[in-house]
Design a protein around this ligand. Structure first.
Ligand SMILES: Cc1cc2nc3c(=O)[nH]c(=O)nc-3n(C[C@H](O)[C@H](O)[C@H](O)COP(=O)(O)OP(=O)(O)OC[C@H]3O[C@@H](n4cnc5c(N)ncnc54)[C@H](O)[C@@H]3O)c2cc1C
Length: 389
C-alpha cells in the first residue's frame, strides 16, 4: 500500500527552522529585506533555550576575537537599528560590573581590559570606592572591578514574540507544532524542508534549531558539532532594588571559555524590573539531563552570597534550567554550508544567543541578499571543524 500523499505547503524564499531568538531574528531581518519567509518550529515559539535563559546582552565576558566582534556589531543592531522597538522587549542599558577579590584577579582583569579596549569595547576600571557607589551592597571583600556601560538586558521571550510578530506583519508565516523531518533536494542542493504536514519549498533554508541544530544538519547529510551545555538559574522573591547592574566575578570569563565537562558556577547576579534577582548560571556538559542538581544550586547560592552578603535569608522562589547550544571552539556557526548548497546555519551561540541573535540575523539577511556582510563570516564557517573536512 502506498503512502498517503502529503500536501505541499506554500513555498517561500527563506525557510527558518527554529523559532527561538536566533530564528526569530533571522526571520525579522530576512522579511524586512523583502524575502517571503516561513518559520517552522516543532514546539511553540521560544520553546527551546530562549525561554530558559537570562537576557544579558554582554560584551564584558568576551575575549577579543570574532565573538566579541559579533557582540559589538550586535550592540549597534540592538541600540540603533532596533532602537524604536527596544521598549517592547524591556531593553535596559544597565551596564555590567566584573569584580574581583584578589590582586591576581585584578591583574588578569586589567590584561583583559587592554585586549577588549583595543577592539572598541567601552570599559572603565573601577576602584573599591567607586564600586560602592555603583553597587552599595557589594561585599567588602571585593577590592576592584571593571564597569562595562555597553552591557544590557532584555526579556528574551518578548524579543522572540515581538520579532516574529513584526516579521509576520512583513509577510512571514510562522508554523508552530511542525517538526522538520527532512530536506527536499535537487541533486546536492537543498530546496526546502519536509514536515509531517507537508513540504515547504524554499530558495534557502536556515538551520536555527539551537541545541538541536546538529540533528537538523544530519537530516541534510552534513554535521555541525553543537552539543548541550546545561545551566541552572535561581530566582529570588521580589525585593526592593538591591542589585543595579549585572554583577559577576572575573572568574566567569574563564568558565565561559572553558570546554570542561564538569560543573562550573562562578556567580552572576542581576536584578530584573519585576524585583526578582536572577542568580546564574552553572555550566556543565551532561547531555539533556533535566534532573535538578542540588550541587549546582548550592554553588550558585554560595557564589551570590559572596558577592552580595545582603542576600542571606532571601527566599529562592524557583529555579529553572536550560541547554545552551555549545560548539567546541565557543564560536557560533553562521553562514551558507558549502557541503549542502541552499542550507544555511545560524546556531551554536552557547551562552550568548540572546545578545548575539540580532547581529546574526542582520548578517545572514545581508548575505542572503548577496551584499557584503558588515562582519566577515569566515570565522563562523559551518565547515570549519576538522572532522567535517
Ligand atoms: C541558564 C542559561 C542562561 C543563559 N543566559 C543567557 C544570557 O544571559 N544571554 C544570552 O545571550 N544568552 C543566554 N543563554 C543562551 C541562550 O539561551 C541561547 O544561546 C539562545 O537561546 C539560543 O537561541 P536559539 O534560537 O539558537 O535556540 P532555541 O531558543 O533553543 O531555539 C531552537 C528552536 O528550534 C526548534 N527545533 C529543534 N529541532 C527542530 C526541528 N527538527 N523542527 C522544527 N523545530 C525544531 C526548537 O523547538 C526550538 O524552539 C543562556 C542559556 C542558559 C541555558
Amino acid at each position: 500500500m502506498g503512502q498517503a500523499p502529503v500536501m505541499n505547503l506554500p513555498s517561500c524564499d527563506v525557510a527558518v527552522v527554529g523559532a527561538g531568538a536566533v530564528g526569530a531574528a533571522c526571520a525579522y531581518f530576512a522579511a524586512t529585506a523583502g524575502h517571503q519567509v516561513t518559520v517552522i518550529d516543532r514546539g511553540a515559539i521560544a520553546s527551546g533555550a530562549s525561554s530558559a535563559c537570562e537576557g544579558n546582552i554582554l560584551v564584558s565576558d568576551k575575549e577579543a576575537g570574532p565573538e566579541l566582534d559579533l557582540a559589538l556589531y550586535s550592540q549597534q543592531v540592538w541600540r540603533k537599528d532596533l532602537a524604536g522597538e527596544s521598549k517592547l522587549w524591556e531593553f535596559e542599558a544597565k551596564g555590567g560590573l566584573m569584580v574581583t577579590t584578589t590582586g591576581r584577579g585584578l591583574t588578569g582583569l586589567r590584561d583583559l581590559i587592554v585586549r577588549q579596549r583595543a577592539v572598541g569595547t567601552i570599559v572603565e576600571e573601577v576602584d573599591a570606592a567607586r564600586l560602592r557607589d555603583l553597587e552599595p551592597h557589594l561585599s567588602p571583600a571585593i577590592i576592584a572591578g571593571a564597569y562595562y556601560p555597553q552591557d544590557a538586558q532584555v526579556q528574551p521571550m518578548l524579543v522572540v514574540a515581538h520579532l516574529l510578530r513584526i516579521a509576520r506583519n512583513r509577510g512571514a508565516r510562522v508554523l508552530t507544532g511542525t517538526e522538520v523531518t527532512g530536506f527536499l533536494r535537487e541533486r546536492d542542493r537543498v530546496v526546502g524542508v519536509r514536515t509531517p504536514g507537508g513540504d515547504v519549498a524554499a530558495g534557502a533554508v536556515i538551520n536555527a534549531a539551537g541545541t538541536w541544530a546538529g540533528e537538523v544538519a544530519r537530516l541534510a547529510g552534513v554535521s555541525v558539532p553543537v552539543l548541550p551545555r546545561r545551566g541552572f538559574v535561581l530566582v529570588t522573591e521580589p525585593l526592593p532594588v538591591i542589585v543595579r547592574h549585572k554583577v559577576y566575578a572575573a572568574e566567569y570569563v574563564g568558565d565561559v571559555a572553558s570546554s570542561d565537562q564538569g560543573l562550573q558556577s562562578s556567580p552572576v547576579v542581576e536584578g530584573t524590573p519585576a524585583g526578582t534577582i536572577l542568580i546564574g548560571a552553572s555550566r556543565e556538559r551532561v547531555g539533556f539531563d533535566r534532573a535538578f542538581s542540588r550541587a549546582a544550586a548550592a554553588r550558585l547560592a554560595r557564589g551570590a552570597l559572596a558577592l552580595f552578603p545582603v542576600l542571606a535569608g532571601v527566599q529562592v522562589m524557583r529555579s529553572y534550567l536550560g541547554f545552551r547550544p555549545y560548539c567546541p571552539d565557543h564560536l557560533p556557526i553562521i553562514g551558507p554550508d558549502p557541503r549542502a548548497p541552499g542550507l544555511w546555519h545560524a546556531t551554536g551561540h552557547e551562552g550568548a544567543g540572546i545578545g548575539l541573535s540580532v547581529g546574526t540575523g542582520a548578517l545572514l539577511a545581508q548575505a542572503l541578499c548577496g551584499e557584503t556582510t558588515a562582519l566577515d563570516l569566515a570565522p563562523f564557517a559551518p565547515d570549519r571543524f576538522a572532522e567535517d573536512r
